[in-house]
Design a protein around this ligand. Sequence first.
Ligand SMILES: Cc1cc2nc3c(=O)[nH]c(=O)nc-3n(C[C@H](O)[C@H](O)[C@H](O)COP(=O)(O)OP(=O)(O)OC[C@H]3O[C@@H](n4cnc5c(N)ncnc54)[C@H](O)[C@@H]3O)c2cc1C
Length: 278
Amino acid sequence: MADTDTDVIVVGAGPTGLTLAAELRLGGARVTVVERLAEPTGQSRGLGFTARAMEAFDQRGLLPRFGMPEISPVGHFGGVRFDYTVLPGAHFGARGIPQSRTEAVLEGWATELGAVVHRGWEFTGLEAGDAAVEITVRTPEGPGRLRASYLVGADGGHSPVREAAGIAFPGTPAARVMYLADVVGRGLRPRPLGERLEHGMVMAAPLTDGVDRIIVCPDGAPPREDAAPVTFAEVADAWRRLTGEDIADAGTEWVSSFTDATRQAATYRAGRVLLAGD
Ligand SMILES: Cc1cc2nc3c(=O)[nH]c(=O)nc-3n(C[C@H](O)[C@H](O)[C@H](O)COP(=O)(O)OP(=O)(O)OC[C@H]3O[C@@H](n4cnc5c(N)ncnc54)[C@H](O)[C@@H]3O)c2cc1C
């Protein structure tokens, strides 16, 4: 092996990077994770996981770390409902587990196994050779370099590792916008698997006491051209147009938007650089 700081560098401490780090440790590899966020965000896109994730966590003895999750024989992906009961055997998804909690469990597991996680370290570039790959990072102490046998970009849909490795990302651009907000103190009627209305689809699910996650998918709403962060006024306006309910004066813990842009990396491996996850 070439002279390296570690066997594998994983960029990104999301669910994929942390799971990979732990699994690599179980296989005996030395792993260093670099994550640009100094602290976990506390924000949660996911609110549960599928039956397959339940099985994988169970195989690794991780389920007790989630307490007693609410289990469900049905689930959805992007509002399309699915029913595990049509499958042979017992399959259940977990609900009511914010992604921040899943990430905390996975980070605890990975670090217990000996993975090194550097938070506040941002991947900025790579040089891949035949025997090793070297990356540059921006850290609170200044720029740095790390060398490993392999590099894995588990750095999300906008993957800087994928871009630096020159891996193409073909697909279709966004045609519509959808909104998300965690709304405080409104006690909204639960619509956990989505409800189709005349002008689009809405979802609502209780998150914690007094906080509801809403997702609003207005039919035909074009992607936002404004690069500024989405405001709750925009979300509340879309909610009112679809449901007739006025939530404009509610408090919020998080407001975001996403689109239907659909892309896939042309390859998941280019020499010593690999991609995983979103
Ligand atoms: C509205 C919404 C709801 C969802 N609901 C669910 C659900 O209920 N259940 C479910 O299973 N999934 C859900 N998902 C999908 C889930 O959130 C993603 O699939 C998951 O987060 C992907 O994990 P990842 O580790 O691949 O990437 P990410 O979670 O995106 O993590 C990537 C990490 O890389 C870091 N990073 C990026 N660039 C750099 C850099 N240059 N240097 C260092 N670090 C970097 C980021 O800070 C981030 O921490 C949902 C998604 C959305 C948008």
